[in-house]
Design a protein around this ligand. Structure first.
Ligand SMILES: [Zn+2]
Length: 360
């Protein structure tokens, strides 16, 4: 049986109690913890639904200005820019949609889940976990320790915008270990030094020392809503009880797993950025070759496409490489590429001739 702590007012350190700020301020700042600290967990009125950790993030003071400046973030708007192909899925039978969904990029899955109520019900159901995991595996995205679900992980990784105020954010504003994506002012508003929060809620130094080890921090700063939750649960156990010890061990293990997942995600991101850079360099080299070849003759898109498809290996070995095109490289490979294009032109002309004769 879980031993609940006696009303905190009885066991509270009087010295820390004296240093507490005004009740109103505390209630505003640390509402969930205050409830248990003030009432000892006994609530006269029915408990309202507890908001999720992301719902409890406080928007920064600048948020009104930011929202005014950025009309697109006035309210959360579904990104419909890349939904063209997804919308076509609506016409397919459900089992085929589920088969296709396994191979979609995780962000496409998230967009699909936002497309219609039907998709949302399918993709946010427990049975859809396999679809999400297959998609995450396909892109070698490391799965977390289970503290957030797969769609939440995808949101954290790929969706843009501050989770508290909606202002546009950059990838560097994602704190994977804290599981939040915040703009700088919202970060300052929601991620705070433990010692300050402890002072506000009158935590004993001994308790604070333990609570610090029960959740991840960013340079000794903790996400306030998580800090409150963890402190609240830690204080709900009888001090030194078996239940409290179990809670401490469970949280410390989760904290280690969160730091590890943070390292894995950062590694994945840097790998993915490198691969995007590499692709972009290859595309630039290809464009440069095509530009130089077009200056020699009036080659068509079909002729280049033919080379890319039928002489794929030779084309990729020369053209689709990350190194830029130097004069020496151009001089070396020009004859070979002109030869490939001549073959492509000949083959396409022959195809056209056969088509006009009605043989194809
Ligand atoms: Zn913000």
């Amino acid at each position: 049986m879980t031993a609940k702590r006696k009303a905190t007012s009885e066991s509270e350190d009087e010295t820390t109690q004296a240093k507490r700020p005004r009740r109103g301020v505390v209630q505003q700042r640390l509402e969930p913890v205050v409830e248990i600290l003030v009432t000892g967990g006994r609530s006269e009125s029915p408990k309202p639904r507890k908001l999720s950790r992301w719902e409890r993030l406080r928007p920064c003071n600048d948020s009104k200005n930011i929202v005014k400046k950025c009309v697109s973030v006035k309210k959360p708007v579904r990104n419909t820019r890349n939904l063209g192909n997804l919308e076509r899925l609506l016409t397919l039978p459900l089992d085929i949609i589920c088969d296709i969904a396994h191979f979609l990029h995780p962000l496409a899955l998230l967009h699909l889940a936002q497309l219609t109520t039907g998709f949302r019900e399918i993709l946010m159901s427990k049975s859809a976990i396999r679809i999400w995991r297959t998609s995450l595996d396909l892109y070698e995205i490391p799965l977390g320790p289970g503290d957030i679900n797969e769609p939440q992980l995808v949101d954290l990784l790929f969706v843009q915008g501050c989770q508290a105020c909606g202002a546009p954010t950059k990838a560097k504003n994602v704190w994977f270990e804290l599981r939040v994506r915040l703009c700088k002012p919202c970060m300052q508003e929601n991620v705070r030094f433990a010692s300050k929060m402890a002072k506000e809620i009158g935590l004993k130094v001994r308790d604070l020392r333990t609570i610090r080890t029960l959740l991840p921090s960013d340079n000794q700063k903790y996400l306030e809503s998580d800090f409150c939750d963890v402190a609240e649960e830690y204080l709900s156990y009888e001090p030194g009880s078996e239940e409290q010890q179990e809670f401490v061990e469970r949280r410390q293990e989760l904290t280690e797993d969160l730091y590890e997942h943070d390292r894995e995600l950062l590694h994945w991101l840097s790998k993915s950025e490198k691969s995007n850079d590499d692709l972009s360099q290859r595309q630039q080299r290809q464009e440069e070759f095509i530009r130089r070849l077009r200056a020699l003759d009036d080659y068509t898109d079909d002729e280049f496409q033919y080379c890319r498809s039928y002489f794929r290996e030779e084309w990729n070995d020369i053209v689709f490489q990350p190194r830029p095109v130097s004069e020496a490289v151009w001089k070396k490979y020009k004859p070979k590429l002109v030869g490939l294009l001549a073959e492509a032109r000949k083959a396409l002309d022959e195809y056209e001739k056969q088509r006009q004769l009605g043989h194809i």
